[in-house]
Design a protein around this ligand. Sequence first.
Ligand code: HEC
Length: 125
Amino acid sequence: MKKYTLILTLILLVGCANYILPTAKELQDEGIVNETSEIQSIIRARNNLTNACLDCHRVTYPQELSKQGWERVLPPMIQKARLGKQAMDDIYFYIDKTMQCVELRKQKELEKQKALEMQQAQSAN
Ligand code: HEC
């Protein structure tokens, strides 16, 4: 039973839970960004990803491509969206911070799961 809950949690974690577009506020609350300039960069990136990039296809989430994948895909997409270098730097920064956020949440979720299992094991005694 315990094994099943752990496996289920892992499936959820590597599945939909990864596909997020965290807001500047969320990244701030997680302690991932702090400075005003960083927050402004996040806001611009998220705006572009949910507006300019949506002219031609659905939103693409940071986690859908690897870092190398993004480095290959983003420059031509920036051109397609008629955006500039600032927008590109913003989006790279946002991708990086989103990955950090995903990792952090995964870690927290696993710790919560472990604590829960410890509790269950103790109450079984
Ligand atoms: C003018 C239309 C247009 C705009 C604007 C646009 N895209 Fe695209 N995008 C495409 C087309 C067409 C494809 C599929 C063919 C290709 O790769 O060129 C694509 C494919 C992609 C892919 C998948 C590529 C792969 O190889 O897996 C990603 C990721 C992507 N776009 C991200 C973005 C992002 C981020 C933006 C905003 C900066 C953006 N796109 C803006 C037209 C656009």
